[in-house]
Design a protein around this ligand. Structure first.
Ligand code: NAP
Length: 284
């Protein structure tokens, strides 16, 4: 891996960026610029503060200025879809785009969040998802991509539990063609005791500054479970600390962020993403 950290910007520099509102907190520029340099790509990745009313012009700008790729984040992941030329099948089914590839003015939208999460889970904690019984807590935007990507790994079953049970049932119904899925209320989790191999928190419960909050009773956990949390601020949530104390294998949310970016990097450059360089950039 190249150790060159010099930034070369010239008339051949390839443009990348992330569009969001707000965007100044984003760690993507730091992670992607480090990755571009590590792989010797003459490119630069910047944060683009795009208000909702400017999204159409911003996407026209991607074409006009020849950006090779952009990420889109909150609040644009759904509204950007009609502005693109093509939507990848997975992104269409999930109903959200987080990565755009520009092939000579033709913009294609992808969703790398769900597949990024699953790649992280497999690389970092649970290599075999096939045949496993999975409890997903939460049924928001992040859960959607994750449930879809998990279902494709052929687990034995996925139970989605949410504070608003109706949303869990809707999510399960949307993807039932891809695997055995059920939507339940939080009160129904008790009946799954002893049945679950992998627990995944996709809610914002436990995120900074509410670090003492937890989305399920930790006494329900068993030592042979893998417990995963999408939250990466803090890197270790109360749920993960409690799970570790009970002997569970734990998996935090930083890997999802790295691997969703890794897929985007690979789509744009055709090069394998430098995962450890990206992780190091974020941990700094
Ligand atoms: P979202 O669409 O707003 O969904 C939030 C989910 O959390 C819903 O299921 C909601 O339940 C539940 N929830 C919120 N507050 C709750 C509370 N007090 N008690 C119980 N349930 C509660 O958000 P999202 O985009 O899916 O993001 C969810 C989390 O994932 C965030 O913490 C985010 O930082 C994290 N995330 C991480 C990554 C990564 O790269 N690691 C990527 C995306 C998201 P209701 O439906 O009942 O409201």
């Amino acid at each position: 891996m190249s150790k060159d950290t010099t930034v070369h910007i010239d008339s051949d520099t390839i443009l990348f960026g992330v569009m969001g509102d707000p965007i100044r907190h984003s760690k993507s520029p730091h992670m992607h610029n480090r990755a571009l340099r590590a792989k010797g790509v003459n490119g630069v990745y910047t944060a683009l503060h795009i208000k909702p009313e400017a999204l159409r012009d911003a996407i026209a700008g991607v074409r006009a200025m020849g950006f090779r790729g952009v990420n889109v984040t909150i609040p644009h992941k759904v509204n950007v879809m009609p502005l693109l030329d093509e939507i990848d099948e997975d992104a269409r089914l999930i109903g959200a785009v987080n990565t755009i590839v520009n092939d000579n003015g033709k913009l294609t939208g992808y969703n790398t969040d769900g597949i990024g999460y699953v790649r992280s889970l497999k690389e970092e904690a649970e290599p075999n998802i096939a045949g496993k019984r999975i409890l997903v807590i939460g049924a928001g935007g992040a859960a959607r991509g994750i449930v879809y990507a998990l279902a494709k790994e052929k687990p034995d079953g996925i139970w989605i539990a949410n504070r608003t049970a109706e949303k869990a049932r809707e999510l399960a119904a949307d993807f039932q063609a891809f695997g055995p899925l059920a939507g339940i209320g939080m009160d129904d989790i008790g009946s799954l005791h002893g049945e679950i191999d992998i627990v995944i928190n996709t809610t914002s419960v436990g995120m900074h500054p509410h670090v003492d909050a937890i989305s399920l009773d930790p006494d329900w956990l068993r030592p042979d479970m893998t417990v995963s949390d999408l939250i990466y601020n803090p890197l270790r949530t109360k749920l993960l600390n409690e799970a570790e104390r009970r002997g569970c294998r734990i998996h935090g949310g930083l890997g999802m962020f790295i691997y969703q970016g890794a897929y985007a990097f690979e789509y744009w450059t055709g090069l394998p993403a430098p995962i450890e360089t990206m992780r190091g950039a974020l941990l700094e």
